[in-house]
Design a protein around this ligand. Sequence first.
Ligand code: TXA
Ligand code: MG
Length: 337
Amino acid sequence: METIILDANNSEHITLCAQAIKNGELVAIPTETVYGLAANALDETAVANIFSTKGRQADNPLIVHICSVLDVTALVSSVSPFFEPLAKKFWPGPLTMVMRKSSEIPDNVSAGLDSVALRMPNHPAALALIKASGCPIAAPSANLSGSPSPTKAIHVKNDIDGKIPFILDGGSCEVGLESTVLDLSCEVPAILRPGGITIEEIRSVVGDVLVADEKSTGKPRSPGMKYRHYAPKTPLVAIAGSAKVTAEYIRDNIDINTVAIMFDDYSFEHSNVILYGNSYDHTAQAANLFDALRQADSMGVLKIFIQMPNADGIGLAVTNRIKKASGNNIVGLDNLT
Ligand code: TXA
Ligand code: MG
């Protein structure tokens, strides 16, 4: 099948994509976080197609995207008391909330769990598409499983060209990494995946928040987090420490077979250096990280270095993705790490 790139600013193109969704097909769509691989969440066959197109493990559940808070009641069996204040503050936006699911949700969407993850994306084309499709939309990130999430239409094309009819091109994703996944199915809300909404922001609404331990050995509550993820094909080494010290380490160790992803304010002139934002600007780092990893991967080197930021604010999500992408291959250089 030929994959056609359509324009997210063109309402006729959105109608074409909605028609494809209604026909049980898959379409890649922009959101404010990353591009999603969308299908009718209530169509079990279309959902199964998402898993095979991405090469995704069947035990990793999908996020269901909606365009109105009114849609929530039909999709969950009980609404958490935390839901309304959180939705009021952060929807539409990069917050995914997990609650007990209703029987409307096919088992393959939730990968056999009794919960469902819901999100209202903050992107006009995504919202218009959900509305025109007339159904909730299941959408994981539109990359092949394991590789960095797509933040541009070309990233989607590079991963799954020929497997879907349409990619709706909305330019670069503003946030650049995925939504925060918050479990509201237990008494105390728990962050299962750090993302576009920070812990501090969530705490300001709900008070107590648990952060699921990445290293815990039990059954992961967010199954997706146990897999190697976001990874370029080239081995990635995260360099942690103060920006000055990590920049010095990279300058001393870079060679023709190494690409370095660095902070703008601590970089140096070198053909193998890719910039991803100032050292203190976690918002820019989040927006540029996945594109930088894909760029580095395309340069045919043997190793990628990346300067690791601190974990303040959205820096927690940036460091989480870097740790996963590197398979925890981290060089710690001083006691700031
Ligand atoms: O920003 C995003 O969330 C993007 C855009 C497209 O919306 N989507 C995304 O989907 O990142 P995906 O499939 O790449 O990641 C979904 C994460 C996985 O870690 C999955 O395990 C978790 O959400 N998840 C989904 N349903 C869940 C559930 N019922 N309980 C716990 N975790 C769940
Ligand atoms: Mg993903």
